[in-house]
Unconditional design. Structure first.
Length: 278
């Protein structure tokens, strides 16, 4: 088995130290094992994705001394592939069409039962309002499409974690239903992150997924999808998050200092590795 990792940035802004940390770990793991390291551009948010950011991503990665294998995959060029997956596996995914807005969902959850969890990896846990709108050949891809977990059979699922939370991470389908709910797989004409990520990881034969601990709970969604779609599960390595001097996780929305600015300040790639403890 060839050891294969990937780095999958979104071209919606410049890379910061958190991105560099993830990319370097994925790259170095693959090279150490004599494997392959791929780049995938997750540009499904077409309103925010810009070519200039994509070009800067490549420049920053090269400056960091990272090399990648094979052609770069761009998710925006593969919309039909994701749509075909949903059509092909609509029964396994128990797909249904949802027309609820965020405010509709929030209002439906305004009087929760005691001890009931209200939020999951994607925000408010869907209360099942549109569950009767079962997906069919007549369903258009204009509205959201959600996956429902059938609880007739309480299934035990798991994934292998190699990072700080190392071990076999197990959870039941009943637990998943309560903590994640009916996950959105399609919205506004585009596949949701979870669907596109799992489909691409499978198609690219990714053996080890490297990403931050902020996506640890989302991996349960990906484990369910891998199970329903019959895909081979990769290993996961959720690394620590890189924070600023105030202990806040680095993020584009917080205008975290970019790799490009470190370059302008005269730092070398080795200096960035040192800053990251690598």
């Amino acid at each position: 088995m060839t050891f294969i990792t990937r780095f999958a940035p979104s071209p919606t802004g410049p890379l910061h130290l958190g991105h560099a940390y993830s990319a370097i770990i994925a790259h170095d793991m693959a090279r150490r094992e004599g494997g392959k390291f791929y780049i995938r551009i997750e540009d499904l948010d077409q309103s925010r994705s810009k070519k200039k950011w994509e070009n800067q991503i490549f420049d920053d990665l090269e400056w960091l001394g990272l090399s990648w294998d094979g052609p770069v995959v761009r998710q925006s060029k593969q919309i039909d592939k994701y749509k075909n997956i949903l059509t092909r596996f609509e029964k396994e995914l128990s797909l249904f069409e949802c027309t609820c807005s965020r405010s509709d969902i929030k209002n439906a959850l305004s009087a929760p039962h005691e001890g009931e969890k209200l939020t999951g990896p994607d925000g408010f846990i869907y209360p099942g309002t549109c569950r009767g709108n079962i997906f069919s050949s007549q369903t258009k891809f204009d509205n959201a499409l959600r996956m429902h977990i059938n609880l007739d059979k309480n299934e035990l699922l798991s994934f292998c974690e190699l990072g700080p939370k190392k071990g076999e991470i197990s959870f039941s389908s009943e637990e998943f239903s309560k903590t994640a709910g009916d996950v959105v797989l399609w919205r506004k004409g585009y596949p949701a992150y979870h669907l596109a990520c799992v489909v691409d990881d499978s198609e690219q034969k990714i053996t080890h997924v490297v990403r931050g601990l902020d996506l640890f709970e989302a991996t349960k969604i990906h484990t369910v999808l891998n199970s329903r779609l019959g895909f081979k599960k990769p290993f996961y390595y959720h690394h620590r998050l890189i924070c600023d001097e105030n202990g806040r996780r680095l993020a584009k929305r917080h205008d975290s200092k970019s790799i490009y600015k470190y370059r302008q300040d005269g730092l070398k790639a080795s200096d960035v590795r040192a800053l990251l403890g690598l």
